[in-house]
Ligand binder design. Sequence first.
Ligand SMILES: NC(=O)c1ccc[n+]([C@@H]2O[C@H](COP(=O)([O-])OP(=O)(O)OC[C@H]3O[C@@H](n4cnc5c(N)ncnc54)[C@H](O)[C@@H]3O)[C@@H](O)[C@H]2O)c1
Length: 498
Amino acid sequence: MGGALVFVGFMGAGKSTAARSASDALGKPLVDIDAEIELRTGRTIPEIFEADGEAAFRELEERTILEVLDGAEPGMPVALGGGALGSARVREALKAHTVCWLEIDEATAWRRAKRSDRPLARDKDAFTRLYFERQATYEAAADVFLPQGGRSFMTRIAARLLEAGAGRRLAFGRAGEAVYPVWFGERVWPVTDDRDVVITDRNVAEHHGARWEKLRQLQMEPGEAHKTLATAERLWTELAEMGATRGSRIIAVGGGVAGDVAGFVAATYQRGIPVVQVPTTLVSQIDSALGGKTGVDLPAAKNYVGAYHQPEGVHVLPSMLKTLPAAERAAGYAEVVKTGLIAGGTLWDQIKRGAVDEPDVVLGCARVKLDVVARDEKDGGPRQMLNLGHTVGHAIETVTHYSRYRHGEAVGLGLLAILRLSGQDALRAEVRELLAEMDLPVTMDPSIDVDAVVAATRSDKKRIGANVPYVVLDAPGQLRWGQEIGDAEVRAAVEELR
Ligand SMILES: NC(=O)c1ccc[n+]([C@@H]2O[C@H](COP(=O)([O-])OP(=O)(O)OC[C@H]3O[C@@H](n4cnc5c(N)ncnc54)[C@H](O)[C@@H]3O)[C@@H](O)[C@H]2O)c1
């Protein structure tokens, strides 16, 4: 990242407003391209459209943007028109600048745009088509993803953070009032100081420990078997012994196990100290490090004790995955497939064509998680989507005492079961093939007792009252949650896995 701070997005996304708040935050004058064109031509945009047509306007717009970007001072806020990225020359020029995509849902965009005199907001169907056509272009160009809600605050944070340097992409996590940056890139290791204590596991320390050799660190044994209260108690005690205070901060470096335990320790030590998550597995980069759920397992069931504790920031370094054992990469891949099924659209297209852990896919999956969590911090509604395939997956892990399958492997089996229960035979076959290509199990160990798995689904902690609510899928990107499914059907879907 570098160059000008360029705001892009669909009609009604608030590009001019965002550029103004960045301008206030940075004390730099802004350029609004539409206003600049009107100033230069002495005509309004609707007048130019009316008299000269859209093609002539696009030429004028391209020329204006290229000139403005060419002379832009670093950090200068620039607001582009919604269609500006249709020009290949503009897209090319933007590579030298920092592009902030102001996301907006279609309904809100239409509500705002139809009241205006925008030439492209006269017909609803054409508007909708244009909206979906343009999303992928914005996404591909974006360095910074600014979701709806609390945006002027995020824009100000982004404006300041961007001064920090190049080669990074930035999204935001939100939960209630909390907003935190989620960095992606090779140079996003957190800025640390003496108050920080790294909590990691032995494997991660072996591979990456050189990064934090100057910091205080605590290690846990790797593996789900150590995601326990006993481990948390040892870590609390060691923190106390090393004199950690309420002013200390935990840097959680590791996969979902270390991240969940370290997050829980941070949530509870002296009633809560900040935590920064540095996820090192595919599962943690796209899922567990995002969203603030922390906790440990009980012998009876996974994640039965925990707390919501939003991170202060999340730092995703793609190269950390290079040392990940193949089986762990494969286990994470099950979560990638799950996320693609939740998202549908271009992300699912990339995944079904064979993408695994490319930085764009990691970023895409992480953004799905961030978006769902922002809409529902505590599992009341849309967040349940993230449990696609998890009820049966968790049950398989529980009856095998977390030792037969990795979490992601169990999720893969759970996905196959829920696709059967959703009546998605063709999609189930497609997913089965994707999982098999990664050497993930697509059948369940026949020695596992099917009735025990069905019984274990009933102790799923998402249960409210007598029934376990399932997430079912009608098509990639179209899910329904809170669906009741009878034991006999569940039994048949689990039996089929054997
Ligand atoms: N909090 C949440 O919202 C959430 C969401 C999903 C999953 N989870 C939890 O995440 C856990 C699974 O996480 P996971 O799949 O990351 O497993 P993990 O943390 O056990 O890591 C897998 C293995 O890889 C090793 N490892 C980690 N990073 C490495 C690296 N870069 N190089 C080499 N080895 C590395 C670990 O030491 C471990 O042996 C489960 O406990 C699950 O409940 C939590």
